[in-house]
Ligand binder design. Structure first.
Ligand code: ZN
Length: 204
C-alpha cells in the first residue's frame, strides 16, 4: 500500500469543540466491526510511532455538511474526539474549513465530492483489503480504471466519473474500496456482503 504522508490540503478550524452527533455512536461501532473484518489495516503513526493509526475513513452527512473521521485515527478504537465536521471545501485553494479538534481525513475532498454528486448517499465508508482488490473482476465489482495517489483531485475525479445513481460499492483500482449507504447499516452491510463472496471463492 502507498506510504501515508499526511493530509494533502490545508485546514482552517472554525472552532475546536468535540463533536457529539448521535450518528457518531454508530460510526464508532462500525469502525470496530470493519477493523475486525480485516478491511482497516493498521500502522504506526508516522509522527508518533507509539500511536496506532489505521488506513480508512468513515463519514456521514449532517444536513448540508458532513462529519468525517480524523486523519491518522484508529478506526477500531474511535471516540468522539476523532470526528471532524467539514464546514466548507474550496477545491481550487485546497482549503477545508472544519469544526473539531483534529485534522480531517486525507480523503475528505473525496467524500465531499461524492456527497455533492450523490444526494441519496448519507454515509460513506472507505477501507482496504488486498483480497478484494485481487478478486475484483472475479467478483464482478465496479472499479475505477487507473491508480492515483491517495488524497488527490485525480483520484477524486476518477471516482466521481465512475459512480452512478444506485451504486453501493466501488473499488478504487489498486487502492481500496468505497461503500455508500443511506444509513451506516447499509454502508456496512454492503461491505460484509462483498467480503462473504471473497470467502466463497477461497473455498472453491
Ligand atoms: Zn485509502
Amino acid at each position: 500500500m502507498e506510504q501515508y504522508q499526511g493530509i494533502k490540503f490545508n485546514v482552517r478550524f472554525l472552532n475546536e469543540r468535540v463533536l457529539d452527533y448521535p450518528i457518531q455512536k454508530e460510526l464508532i461501532e462500525w469502525g470496530k466491526k470493519l477493523s475486525k473484518l480485516g478491511c482497516i489495516p493498521t500502522y504506526p503513526n508516522p509522527e508518533n510511532p507509539g500511536i496506532i493509526s489505521s488506513a480508512g475513513n468513515l463519514s456521514a452527512r449532517i444536513g448540508d455538511r458532513f462529519i468525517i473521521t480524523a486523519a491518522g485515527s484508529n478506526l477500531g478504537e474511535l471516540s468522539n474526539n476523532n470526528f471532524v465536521e467539514v464546514w466548507d471545501v474550496d477545491m481550487s485553494e485546497k482549503l477545508i474549513q472544519a469544526k473539531g479538534s483534529e485534522e480531517p481525513s486525507s480523503e475528505t475532498m473525496l467524500h465531499y465530492s461524492i456527497y455533492q454528486k450523490r444526494n441519496d448517499v448519507q454515509v460513506i465508508f472507505h477501507g482496504h483489503n488486498q483480497q478484494l482488490l485481487a478478486q475484483c473482476s472475479q467478483l464482478g465489482l465496479k472499479s475505477t480504471k487507473k491508480w492515483y495517489p491517495y488524497g488527490t483531485l485525480e483520484l477524486m475525479n476518477s471516482v466521481c466519473d465512475m459512480i452512478k445513481e444506485n451504486d453501493r460499492f466501488l473499488i478504487m483500482k489498486d487502492h481500496g474500496f468505497l461503500s455508500f449507504g443511506k444509513t451506516c447499516q447499509q454502508a456496512g452491510e454492503n461491505i460484509i456482503q462483498v467480503l462473504s463472496k471473497v470467502e466463497k471463492i477461497k473455498e472453491i
